[in-house]
Design a protein around this ligand. Structure first.
Ligand code: UD1
Ligand code: CA
Length: 457
């Protein structure tokens, strides 16, 4: 869209969050709340995007340090929304056109709604246009006061509203379009003679009306979208709406989600068609899951790349791992960061892996710890195998060649190498390298003592 700049108000502390973390950095389905209005503003082509920061300004600025299109402006004291906007005067001095004003705490706002608002505002050559909504319970919001003919007159805040004004159900979303010249010529004239002794941005509507300028309101048909998050219960509600949208998008692209109300997939996760996700899974971070996979119940996956036809069984936890085609994991397995499992690998129950590569078709089916290891293809790791990778100071590597068979209850004291096609017998503690095509056996020979019987007290 042409000639649109955005201001996003994010200086407030968010007192009602009762949290040490500034409100706009609280995450909603995997990204800080502030990212939502920023993304919406970018999507409609707003440039620049000016962020008004105050509380924990360094943290909010730091979050955007790599974003060249974002300018942060410091509002030292939070004297009200009008004052916050006035702080952007210098940052927008070279700009002339439509200024879109958003709040940092409305994560449900859609870019399509902003497009409609901007079109509406520009088509009517308005000085101010406010996005409104009809609420069943308008408590707490500013109310839109109209005259008998329906013309917008002003906005009155909850705390300043007369009893009959409190009956009004059309509320101010806190989202506006303003003509830049009108905005910066008049923002200085707004006073703070009100219940909160604050400079209200909303007073600009009455200013425009008083000057005979066009002042418009566009009623959104989706009140949910403009919900402001003021406390942690509202954050949970907003997150639920965001999750519903994510799950809906996935289902419409061919992913089977058995119970969307109990499936927690974060923003940015990619899942291919014909994959099924069972209830109570949490899928987050930069995770990409291919087609035709099955994710059983109670699975947690973060920052993983999972190829097609994989099966992640119930209760497994996968972090920072890469699974190639048709890998099976779990139930109750733990893949820690740096795990790479090639095609057709099978990891069974109570197996923990960390920083390992496992070649095609290899298996570790039960009760095993594999850390800092390079394991070839078609290797069988027996039940109870442990790579002893840590000597209390340093981590050491275990290398296992292709076709090796490791029997049950084997300890591999790293650094150690087991050559190709060798067999390590059950119960062996491997402390020296095993050459290829050989048998390693460190079992103490069994002794049977005749006539021995357990003596009871
Ligand atoms: C504001 C509106 C109200 C509207 C509601 C919608 C005013 C006076 N009132 O009320 O009509 O219904 O939003 O959610 O504008 N902020 C700053 N600096 C300040 C004050 C606020 O950056 O000095 C930021 C806050 O961080 C927040 C946003 O502005 O992101 C809105 O402020 P908040 O205090 O939540 O306003 P409301 O009382 O909700
Ligand atoms: Ca608010």
């Amino acid at each position: 869209m042409d000639n649109v700049a955005a201001i996003i108000l994010a200086a407030g502390k968010g007192t009602r969050m009762k949290s040490g973390l500034v409100k706009v950095l609280h995450p909603a389905v995997g990204r800080p709340m502030i990212d939502y209005p920023v993304t919406a503003a970018r999507t409609v082509g707003a440039k620049p995007v000016v962020l008004v920061v105050g509380h924990q300004a360094e943290a909010v600025e730091g979050h955007f340090s790599a974003a060249e299109d974002i300018r942060c402006v410091l509002q030292k004291e939070q004297l009200g929304t009008g004052h916050a906007v006035a702080c952007t005067r210098e940052a927008l001095s070279g700009f002339s056109g439509t200024v879109l004003i958003l709040c940092g705490d409305t994560p449900l706002l859609r870019a399509e709604t902003l497009k409609r608002l901007i079109d509406f505002h520009q088509a009517r050559k308005a000085s101010v246009t406010v996005l409104t909504a009809i609420m069943d319970d308008p408590f707490g919001y500013g109310r839109v006061v109209r005259d008998n003919s329906g013309k917008v007159l002003r906005i009155v805040e909850q705390k300043d509203a007369a009893p009959e004004e409190r009956e009004i159900r059309e509320i101010n979303s806190g989202i506006y379009c303003m003509d830049s010249a009108f905005l910066f010529e008049n923002i200085g004239s707004v006073g703070s003679d009100n219940a909160q002794q604050e400079f209200y941005l909303t007073d600009l509507l009455a200013v425009a009306v008083g000057k005979g300028l066009a002042c418009q309101a566009l009623a959104s048909d989706d009140a949910e979208e403009i919900m402001g998050v003021n406390d942690l219960s509202q954050l949970a509600e907003a997150a639920r709406c965001l999750r519903r949208r994510i799950n809906l998008g996935l289902m419409l692209s061919g992913v089977t989600i058995v119970d969307p109300a109990q499936t927690y997939i974060d923003h940015g996760v990619v899942i291919g068609a014909d994959t099924t996700v069972h209830p109570n899974c949490r899928i987050s971070g930069k995770t990409v899951i291919g087609s035709n996979c099955v994710i059983d119940s109670d699975v947690s996956i973060c920052d993983c790349l999972i190829a097609d036809n994989c099966h992640i069984k119930a209760g497994s936890v996968l972090e920072g791992s890469e699974l190639l085609e048709a890998v099976a994991v779990g139930p109750m397995a733990h893949l820690r960061p740096g795990t790479v499992l090639h095609a057709h690998v099978k990891i069974g129950n109570f197996v923990e892996t960390k920083k390992i590569v496992m070649g095609e078709g290899s298996k570790a089916s039960h009760l095993t710890y594999l850390g800092d290891a390079e394991i070839g293809s078609d290797v069988n790791i027996g039940c109870g195998t442990i790579t002893c990778n840590y000597d209390g100071v340093n981590k050491h590597r275990t290398v296992i060649g292709d076709g090796v068979f490791i029997g049950s209850d084997v300890q591999l004291v790293a650094p150690v190498t087991v050559g190709k096609n060798s067999l390590v017998a059950a119960g062996t503690t491997v402390t020296i390298d095993v050459p290829p095509d050989s048998l390693a056996l460190s079992r103490v020979p069994q002794v049977n003592k005749d006539g021995w019987r357990l003596k009871k007290k």
